[in-house]
Write a protein of this length. Structure first.
Length: 552
């Protein structure tokens, strides 16, 4: 029976770069703990979890050193730590790297002799996969594949379950259901997560990393008070309490709504300024488009949609709603089964996709699909070399965009050795070097920490306002959508349910599409700061201005 796992003075140095990715880690985990692991992209979280799961020998290329104790007995770090003594499951960031079977039920029951086993049925139910259990895995969305991998490990009922960014590809409701299920499990759990609101509501202990070191390890209520990377809603109410000189909120996100009842603002309509571009020139137009991957199972149904120059449009919808399929049609990768798609009045050249170079750029949801060159710099410049851009210009553009996305110091690294968040930034840079008129982003905030998301938001707004780009984003990050979009298009089961300016989005739009309102917006509405959903950054900017005016 598992009682404890302890590392003392753990170090890990990568062979390819000589970089120390773990530096003097000392950590003890005891049975039954729910531990959240957070920190900036590239801080060593995944590398640490490979060691905790005993997978470092197979997953990493480098040198590990230090002492390891399992149930207070020394273990040999040169071998798999646990060697069958108890069951460990580690759900990786890329779900497709962990799929082996043909159908959902076969994958969830992989390693279990009887697919009708109670544990298989329970895992399918809790992961929301009962209706999909006979589906072929290749027919699933990335978010659905993520749920399959999680369910497969849950069916084994492990002693230690490690999940690396499990909500990356999940919509809010599915992610909430997952965490609610994890709360009911009696095994020890470790979750790497950038969604601090969800993590702080689940974990009883949070470990924060930076530059390969543990910089804070504390019970959640203490961590909330000490960390610099506070959850969005918690940071917002802390600002309120400080500016209004009232008692700060308790270190418990579940109690924020009760605390917020103390505060009552006059409603001031945060979204009142209309920021929609005046340019009405149409770039892409969908005329009653039905599309998908086969004639007998269309994903999109009679889509009517126009994207204009200088506009940011966000496609908001749950997993499987058709967001990615719609982006692929815009990019010319899929031809409609019915209806027409035109670029500035001309039908898209599906037989000549190279004609879209400099017009449309698509950043995929999974960065591993887009990375194949030997170094970060070569990866970033690939499309320019492919179109015979002069070498001096290639070097200049590559340096500019790698610097813009904080990757200049990694230009000689192999792309596949980067962290997931770094890979996402590289795929964005590798598209931006072509400076397309229309940029398509599929789940761009996935695996990014709060600082990186803020930088992405600023970059997107700058690309549109200062450089005239048009951007279409597919996401289930409602906060990000409300912060950057001029228009939000709500997708549900392949149909457009609503297409409205962000300033006119209401609570009802979210409710009708079974989409939860961000916690910061919920509290702002409860306090009377606004009567509609508002993005976190917009909300904080408005509060700073309002409180400054009130206090001066």
């Amino acid at each position: 029976m598992f009682r404890s796992l302890e590392f003392k003075n753990l170090h890990f140095t990568a062979w390819d770069t000589g970089q120390k990715l773990l530096d003097n880690i000392s950590l003890r985990i005891t049975a039954g703990e729910r531990i959240g692991l957070t920190g900036p992209s590239g801080s060593g979280k995944t590398t640490l979890c490979y060691h905790l799961g005993g997978l470092h020998r197979d997953a990493l290329t480098g040198k590990s050193s230090g002492e390891v104790y399992l149930n207070d007995l020394p273990a040999d770090m040169k071998h798999a730590l646990y060697n069958g003594k108890f069951k460990v499951g580690m759900v990786l960031q890329n779900p497709e790297s962990q799929l082996f079977a043909s159908t959902v039920v076969e994958e969830v029951g992989y390693g279990i002799a009887n697919l009708r086993n109670e544990a298989v049925a329970e895992a399918l139910h809790e992961a929301g996969l009962e209706d999909l259990k006979q589906w072929e895995l290749h027919d699933l969305s990335l978010g659905q594949k993520q749920r399959v991998v999680i369910a497969a490990f849950l069916a084994l009922r492990p002693d230690l379950l490690i999940l690396d960014e499990p909500t990356n590809s999940l919509d809010s409701e599915t992610a909430d259901n997952l965490f609610a299920y994890l709360l009911r499990l009696d095994c020890t759990q470790i979750i790497i997560e950038h969604d601090l609101e969800r993590l702080a509501s689940w974990a009883d202990r949070i470990i924060e990393m930076a530059a390969g070191q543990i910089i804070l390890d504390a019970p959640t209520h203490i961590w909330l008070q000490k960390t610099r990377i506070k959850p969005r809603a918690f940071q917002m109410v802390l600002d309120l309490s400080e500016q209004l000189a009232i008692e700060p909120p308790p270190g418990n996100l579940a109690l924020l709504s009760e605390w917020a009842k103390q505060i009552q603002f006059p409603n001031e309509d945060v979204n009142a300024p209309k920021n929609h571009p005046e340019n009405n020139e149409a770039l892409i137009h969908f005329d009653r488009v039905t599309g998908g991957y086969g004639k007998h199972a269309p994903v999109l149904h009679e889509i009517e949609l126009t994207l204009h120059r200088g506009e940011i449009v966000v496609l908001l919808g749950r997993n499987g709603s058709g967001k990615t399929t719609l982006l692929k049609h815009i990019a010319g990768l899929l031809k409609p089964l019915a209806g027409d798609i035109s670029w500035q009045g001309t039908t898209l050249p599906y037989n000549r996709p190279e004609q879209l170079f400099g017009r449309v750029g698509l950043v995929f949801q999974n960065p591993d699909y887009q990375l194949f060159d030997s170094t970060v710099a070569r990866e970033c410049g690939f499309c320019l070399r492919n179109h015979q851009v002069p070498p001096d210009e290639i070097e200049s553009r590559v340096d500019k965009w790698l610097e813009r996305f904080g990757l200049a110091n990694l230009k000689d690294r192999a792309p596949l050795t980067l962290s997931y968040g770094e890979k996402r930034r590289l795929t964005l840079a590798s598209i931006m070097v072509a400076e397309p008129q229309l940029l398509l982003l599929d789940e761009p905030t996935t695996a990014l920490d709060e600082t990186a998301i803020a930088e992405l938001r600023n970059t997107i707004i700058d690309l549109v306002q200062a450089r005239g780009f048009s951007i279409c984003i597919a996401t289930h990050d409602a906060d990000f959508a409300l912060d950057v979009a001029h228009r939000i298009v709500f997708l549900n089961r392949g149909r457009i349910e609503a297409d409205v300016p962000t300033s006119q989005v209401t609570i009802d739009h979210f409710k009708r599409n079974s989409f939860p309102i961000p916690l910061s917006s919920q509290i702002a509405i409860q306090c009377g700061i606004t009567d509609q959903p508002v993005g976190y950054s917009k909300l904080r900017e408005h509060l700073e201005e309002t409180i400054y005016e009130k206090t001066t």
